[in-house]
Design a protein around this ligand. Structure first.
Ligand code: ZN
Length: 107
């Protein structure tokens, strides 16, 4: 789910996040923890890039059990119910999608 600017402060500082992310990717053996696809696999001319997701959608909760290395497909699928819950916000995000770069922040 894209990070809204007003929520950015809820995330750990980039340097700290990089350490957390590395730890989770290592735990996952650089494979999606839901479907098992290997990081950087190329499928249909698109590269799979794993992102570390907050399973409960709470960026403050950086406990290992709340984090999972996920491919884009599983990440989107996992976030779907939360997106429906926040459909109005999501419509706003889509209109302003160019302002946010989720994958750049997570990777
Ligand atoms: Zn996956």
């Amino acid at each position: 789910m894209p990070i809204k600017p007003e929520n950015r402060h809820r995330y750990p500082p980039r340097k700290e996040w990089r350490h957390i992310r590395e730890r989770i990717l290592k735990r996952a053996n650089h494979k999606c923890e839901f479907c098992g696809v290997q990081n950087y696999t190329v499928r249909m001319n698109a590269r799979i890039v794993l992102a570390v997701a907050h399973l409960d959608q709470q960026p403050e909760n950086n406990h290992a059990q709340n984090l999972a290395a996920l491919c884009q497909k599983c990440h989107l699928k996992h976030d779907e119910p939360f997106r429906l819950l926040h459909a109005k916000e999501t419509r706003f995000q889509h209109r302003h999608a160019h302002s946010y770069d989720l994958f750049e922040y997570f990777n």
